[in-house]
Design a protein around this ligand. Sequence first.
Ligand code: F0G
Length: 451
Amino acid sequence: MSSVSSSVEGVEQKNFRFRCIACGEFSDAASQDFRCAICGDLLEITYPAWKEANPDAAELKSKWKNRRLSSTPADLSGVWRFRDVLPKLENENQVITLREGNTPLYELPQCARITGVTRLFAKHQGMNPTGSFKDAGMTVAATFARLAGFRWVACASTGNTSASMAAYAARGGLRGLVLVPEGKISWSKLSQALDYGAVTCQLRTDFDGCLRLLQELVKRAPVYQLNSINPFRLEGQKTLALELLEQLDWNPPEHIIVPGGNLGNSSAIGKALLEMRELGLISRLPKLSVIQAEGANALVRTLREAEGKRLISVSAETRATAIRIGNPASWKKAAHVLEATAGACEQVSEMEIAQAKAEIGAEGVGCEPASAVTLAGLKKLVKQGFVKADETVVLVLTGNLLKDPDFTIDFHRGEMFETQQANAGIEALRHPPIVLDASLDAVIRTLERFN
Ligand code: F0G
C-alpha cells in the first residue's frame, strides 16, 4: 500500500504531524486508509510548533481580515484565508479552490421567537459552491491528494460529499470515483456528481456498506480516499468555526448546534474551538451540541447507553438522507469534543425535522432536511433548560434548500406523513401549489382568499 506523507513533494517543510486519536502514536506519513499503523484507529492532524509560529492572536486576526482585500485565489477562499492554522503548502497557488467558505451568518428572528431564545443565528454552509459544507474540507483534502501525486480520488457518500468531491476533482484535473447507496440519495446530489464528470456507482447497500467497501478499495487500488476519515477534510471544515467567530467579532456564542451523521463535521468544529482557545483567539468555549435523526441515532445511543465508551451502531432510516448513517466513522472524535465543550446530544423525530425545515424556510433562508435537525434539537434543548433564553445560539445549516426538492414538495403537498392527523399538526406551515385556470378572476379570488 502506498502512503500519504506529511512531507510530500510540493509541501514545504511540514508544519503538521498525524496523531492517532486512540493510542496517541505520532507519524509523518499515513497509509491510504488513514488509519493508525499500530492500533487501526483514526488519525488527526496536529501542529507541534504552531504556538511559536503564531504567538500573537491579535496579529492573526488582523492578518485574516486583511486577506479579504486581496484577490489571489487562496485569499478569495474562505478556507485558505485561514491557512496559518492549516497544513502548510509550499506555494499557495497549489490550491484547488472554487472560492469555498465566506458563507453568510443570518439572524433568524422568527425561529428565535418560536424556540424562546433571544439571539439565534444560522451559519449557512449550504451557500458553498456545491451547496454544502463539504466544500470547505474538500478544497484542502483534494489539494493534498494532488500534491501526493494521486490520479484518482474516491468517496462513499449520502450525496453531498460526492457532489463536492466530483467538483474539486474536476477543477484539479483528478479523476473521481463515487460510491453511493442506490435509491437512497437525492437526485439533485446525484446529478451534481454526474455533471462534474465523476465515475458514479450506485451500490446496492446503504452508506455504511459503501464506506466499508471504500476502506477495502483504498488498500487494493491507488485511489486517495476523500471521506471525512481523511483528516485533511476536517482541517478544512474547521475553518467554518474560525469564520463564524470572526463574524461575531470573536465573541463566542454560548451554543453551536450541528447535525450529526458520520460525525466528521462536529469533530472538525470541536477541534477548531479547542485550537482557537489554545491559540488565544477566544477565551471561552461555546458548548457544541450534536443533533441526530431518531432513526439514525448512533451517537445518542452510544453516549446514553455506553457512556461513549463503545459505538452502538444502528440500522439507519430517515428521510433526512444526508444523515442516514448507522455506523459513524468519527464517533470517538465527536464524543471527545462534546465532552471537552460540555455540549449535548439529542435526537429528533421525522415530524420535528420537517416542521423545523419549514420554519427555517419561512425565514427566507431555507436548508436541506438534515440541516433542520439543528432547529428541532434546539427546541428540545431549550425545554430541557440546557439552552437558556438569554444565550446566543448558532445553528450550522449544512446544506442548501435545493439539495432535496422532493422532501420540500412532499411536505408542502401534504404527502409526507400518512395520517391526516399528522399533517394537521403542520398545516399552518404548508404552502402547497395551487392549480388554476389561466383567468384573472381565479387569480384575484386566490389573492383574496389569502388576504
Ligand atoms: N448535513 C448534511 C447536509 C450532510 O450532507 C451531512 C453528511 C451531515 C449533515 C452530517 O455531517 O457526516 O460530518 O456528521 N453527509 C455525508 C455525505 C455523509 O456523504 O455527504 P457528518
